[in-house]
Design a protein around this ligand. Structure first.
Ligand SMILES: Nc1ncnc2c1ncn2[C@@H]1O[C@H](COP(=O)(O)OP(=O)(O)OP(=O)(O)O)[C@@H](O)[C@H]1O
Length: 356
């Protein structure tokens, strides 16, 4: 459970302190008052990643030198400080030099927002990001393998673009490195998808009252029997033409089926929304199972646009004991019998305790 959340010079906040509720904390305010920034701070503190940006310097309030986020997570004190160029982490008041050690002690997170529709409507990169965020929380070796793969991929693409005549020997050296990391990435993504598949079906059945059938499968760019290095050897002509790496985990995708059809093209908007919700719920259940404790749910303005059946199903499908921080522009949708907790109003980056 996350308690005692404190931020200083983070995004629009000079300083804010919130005592979070063990079940539900609602942050209510008009647009651009700071709701999303606050739950982003919680995500950064627990996972060292923002769902909104990969440029950490953006987190520091304009004009300030360093941002700070601190909270208690299941009795441990987490501290994240970030300047334009450096990041400092601390666990229980002791500086933590290795992010892997920090992440091992920290909690897991599921982030939900209106962009979740991109899991169905957007390109494959959205689905890969979904897998990567979950896999990096479940498997301690995943992020290292993914970053190593991406580094080698950048190197290889640079070689493919650089000269009029491609230095294949150099490109192959990068391909060897990519091949090693790709094995871990594939294995972990496959394990994750095997765990997610049945959970997506279960969650979707509750959201759609059991009338539709969904499926989800991981799709590689090439035959599994071939290693990446060998597969890339067969792509010389194509790569010489497009000047970039044609195969590998950076091009893989998830195949999403709805009643045996491709959900990314044939599903209605409502069906796609239920599918995306089911994926996030499945992520929560799989993370709970893998990590032994429910994730923190950070839900950015997702409830207002759901009908009351799906709102109830969404809450009912979460693992028992899941802590939720929910942002919303109004409380009209809140039904007292299924959502009690603490409410804060937020205006111009200042939080006011309203009730609970
Ligand atoms: N580094 C920063 N320093 C200062 N202000 C920032 C920084 N980054 C973002 N902001 C500002 O913070 C404000 C709050 O943004 P935030 O996305 O948290 O609002 P919100 O209440 O979630 O609104 P919405 O409901 O529209 O998403 C915005 O006006 C944004 O421009």
């Amino acid at each position: 459970m996350l308690t005692d959340l404190f931020v200083r010079d983070f995004r629009c906040f000079a300083e804010a302190k919130l005592e979070l509720h063990p079940d539900v904390t609602l942050l209510v305010g008009r647009n651009a008052q700071g709701k999303t920034s606050l739950i982003e701070a919680a995500c950064v503190l627990l996972r060292l990643q923002s769902p909104r940006t990969s440029n950490r310097a953006e987190l520091v309030r304009f004009g300030a030198a360093t941002c700070l986020v601190e909270a208690q997570w299941h009795g441990r004190r987490l501290r994240y400080a970030q300047s334009a160029t450096t990041r400092r982490l601390a666990l229980d008041g002791v500086t933590c030099g290795r992010s892997a050690d920090y992440l091992a002690a920290s909690g897991v997170v599921v982030w939900m927002d209106h962009r979740d529709m991109n899991l169905l409507r957007g390109g494959a990169e959205h689905r890969r990001r979904f897998l990567d965020f979950a896999a990096s929380q479940m498997f301690p070796d995943y992020l290292h393998a993914l970053r190593g793969y991406e580094r080698a991929l950048r190197g290889r693409n640079h070689v493919l673009k650089r000269d009029a005549s491609i230095a294949w020997k150099q490109a192959d050296a990068f391909a060897h490195v990519m091949d090693g990391f790709a094995r871990t990435v594939w294995q972990r993504r496959a394990e994750l998808c095997a765990a997610l598949g049945p959970e997506v079906s279960l969650a979707h059945a509750r959201l759609s009252e059991g009338v539709e059938k969904v499926s989800m499968a991981y799709r590689r760019t090439h035959d599994e029997a071939l290693g990446l290095f060998e597969a890339l050897l067969t792509m010389r002509d194509e790569e010489a033409r497009v000047r970039s790496t044609a195969l590998g985990p950076h091009r893989d995708d998830l195949e999403m089926g709805l009643n045996e059809l491709d959900a990314t093209t044939f599903a209605s908007e409502g069906q796609q929304r239920s599918f995306a919700l089911a994926m996030k719920l499945a992520q929560a259940r799989v993370l709970e199972h893998a990590c032994g404790a429910p994730p923190l749910m950070l839900m950015d303005d997702v409830f207002g646009e759901l009908d009351s059946h799906r709102r109830r199903a969404l809450l009912a499908c979460l693992p028992p004991g899941t802590q939720k921080i929910i942002t919303t522009t109004n409380l009209d949708w809140v039904e007292a019998d299924h959502l009690a907790g603490r409410v804060f109003g937020v205006e111009k980056s200042v939080f006011t305790h309203v009730r609970g």
